[in-house]
Design a protein around this ligand. Structure first.
Ligand SMILES: Nc1ncnc2c1ncn2[C@@H]1O[C@H](COP(=O)(O)OP(=O)(O)OP(=O)(O)O)[C@@H](O)[C@H]1O
Ligand SMILES: [Mg+2]
Length: 246
């Protein structure tokens, strides 16, 4: 066996071990989800009982129940992101509008952006051709990006959102005037569980990238510490749309 063969065999062994572990982690996450939702439901019922009481002891108990409820929600969110991340390989894509997708996501974040003094500037090309997409998955990816941008602009700022036709397809640019990232974060930000935030899962960006790649697209980032961050998403435009296309 040559040195190259040996190295290739080692890589194959590591990959298969990785796939086995990823599958195991996926099943574990799934198994935790059901008991967690039972805990969550019972905590909700308990807080409904406590809220009706005037007794100080019960009021204090309600505060603690609320903490448990919030932590349940956090764990559920984490599991949801994790399961989404592990299950992205075969999603069904249908023709749709990238403008509509980003529009819906911006609507969902409008109240939060207003509350945080963030101005959203949109330049959505009205003649953008359709791409092949999975609406829920793509919106989840875009939500992660918009949420990160908002979180990066604590004292307010601007978020520029632009779609355009490119030589090879369509592009979506998201530019924020937030805190930006240093070189270390820039190198690691797409790795699962890498986060610089208290309580951040570090799954937002890797999930977004996986979803974008499942659309045949790619995502790139440029950032300057203290000035802001620019994400560019590029998607291919199908030469001929499937017959079901509007
Ligand atoms: N627009 C941005 N501006 C500045 N830093 C960013 C931006 N987007 C991502 N980051 C950096 O990349 C890291 C990873 O982002 P990712 O979305 O994966 O996880 P997170 O935001 O930390 O956690 P979660 O998404 O669970 O809230 C962030 O912790 C942050 O340091
Ligand atoms: Mg995030």
């Amino acid at each position: 066996m040559t040195a190259d063969d040996k190295a290739a065999a080692e890589v194959a062994a590591i990959r298969s071990r990785y796939e086995e572990l990823a599958e195991l982690a996926g099943s574990l996450a799934h198994e935790i989800k059901n008991p967690l939702s039972v805990i969550h439901m019972n905590i909700d019922l308990l807080s409904e009982d406590l809220i009706e009481s005037d007794s100080p002891i019960r009021r204090r108990a309600l505060d603690k129940v609320e903490i448990v409820r919030q932590q349940c929600e956090r764990m559920e969110g984490l599991l949801r992101d994790f399961l989404r991340y592990t299950r992205l390989d075969q999603i069904e894509l249908i023709p749709g509008s990238l403008n509509d997708q980003i529009d819906r996501v911006l609507k969902a974040y409008r109240a939060q952006a207003d509350a945080d003094s963030i101005e959203i500037q949109r330049y959505l090309d009205p003649d953008l051709p359709a791409i092949l997409l999975h609406s829920d998955a793509l919106q989840a990816a875009l939500m992660n990006l918009v949420k990160n941008a908002i979180e990066a602009m604590e004292g307010g700022g601007q978020l520029w959102v632009r779609t355009s036709l490119t030589r090879d397809g369509v592009a979506l640019e998201l530019i924020d005037t937030g805190c930006g990232v240093d070189d270390t974060t820039l190198m690691h930000m797409f790795e699962p569980f890498y986060s610089t935030k208290d309580g951040g899962s570090g799954l937002g960006l890797p999930t977004a990238r996986k979803i974008i790649e499942a659309h045949g697209g790619r995502i790139s980032v440029q950032s300057e510490l203290g000035r802001g961050t620019k994400f560019v998403l590029e998607f291919p435009v199908p030469k001929r749309l499937p017959a079901s296309a509007a």
